[in-house]
Design a binder for this molecule. Structure first.
Ligand code: GLY
Length: 308
């Protein structure tokens, strides 16, 4: 902690917090905290909330994290395919890349898709081709067939050690930033579910799935098993719940309760959400206890949301 306490709104029905300080940054997991601090410095240096999201997520993509960026766990064929998206509140702008290979910073490619093309999402070989055309840092992927062979040999043992879908196999950096002028931006980046089938796309590059930003209301982001998030348009719903007056925490809890009500009781959904509203309230919830990072001037902490 580098300063003052979180202040809790009197009318808050559950945990979460509120601050008047800006920028306010919230991200998934403890590994989001250094990324938040990069985002904070970016805004303090006079740059935009969009610049802050990109810089903060780039920091995590380059950190050697096992579930984000090129250092993330490979898919079932032995290579990493990365998903990312970015949204900027003003103008309701968005860009996204899915199943992109060999590119160091998918979040920056997503931003370039948003800013330089008439499209929202590029996938697979086309996304890599675009990134190379634009000069983004890349690695050679021509060795892929050899990797596939080696990986297949170890597959049985690997799956018994950490089956696809288990908790250690699916963490995403998702970051939301509320700027001094009320602007909201957000982004996500992940290598996705370890051992996923090649071509599998998770929730993280799907708007309204892994991320949703509405500059009039708030923003929400997800981490966890993408299939359990994207089938319910979960972050879109969280923002809509906030529009109806729920606090960020209660909105995150409500979508988890809704999703649970549709799923078998004993299913391990492994889903977690963060949210922030236009007033500077923030919150989170997960199907298990969910550590997430909150940063604003004078404060940077990992908080833990209760399991729903
Ligand atoms: N949430 C990351 C994924 O399922 O790919």
């Amino acid at each position: 902690m580098i300063g003052s306490q979180i202040t809790f709104a009197e009318d808050e029905k559950s945990d979460g917090g509120r601050t008047e300080k800006r920028p306010l940054i919230i991200s998934t997991w403890p590994f989001g905290k250094p990324g938040n601090e990069v985002a904070l410095k970016t805004v303090e240096a006079g740059k935009s909330t969009l610049d802050a999201v990109e810089a903060g997520i780039r920091h995590v993509e380059a950190s050697g994290n096992q579930t984000v960026g090129l250092s993330g766990k490979p898919n079932a064929a032995g290579f990493a395919q990365l998903d990312a998206c970015i949204m900027h509140g003003p103008g309701h702008k968005a860009g996204s890349v899915a199943a992109i290979e060999g590119i160091k910073h998918p979040i920056s490619v997503a931003r370039r898709v948003m800013e330089k093309t008439p499209h929202v999402m590029l996938a697979g070989d086309g996304a890599r081709w675009f990134a190379l055309q634009e000069g983004f840092e890349s690695i050679d992927i021509s060795e892929r067939p050899k990797k596939v062979k080696a990986w297949k040999k170890e597959q049985k043992q690997r799956r018994s050690e950490a089956p696809a879908g288990s908790a250690e196999n699916h963490d995403t950096i998702t970051m939301l930033v509320l700027g001094p002028d009320g602007t909201l931006s957000g982004g996500c980046s992940t290598s996705g579910l370890a051992d996923k089938l090649p071509g599998r796309v998770g929730d993280s590059p799907i708007l309204g799935g892994g991320l949703y930003v509405d500059n009039k209301v708030g923003a929400a982001g997800a981490t966890g098993i993408g299939e359990n998030v994207m089938r319910y348009c979960a972050t879109f719903m969280i923002v809509e719940f906030m529009r109806q007056g729920l606090s960020p925490t209660d909105a995150c809890k409500k979508i988890i309760e809704r999703i649970k009500s549709y799923e078998p009781e004993n299913k391990n959904l492994a889903i977690n959400f963060i949210a922030i509203d236009k007033q500077g309230r923030f919150g989170a919830a997960g199907t298990d206890k969910f550590p997430h990072s909150v940063t604003y001037p004078g404060f940077s902490e990992v908080l833990t949301a209760d399991a729903v």
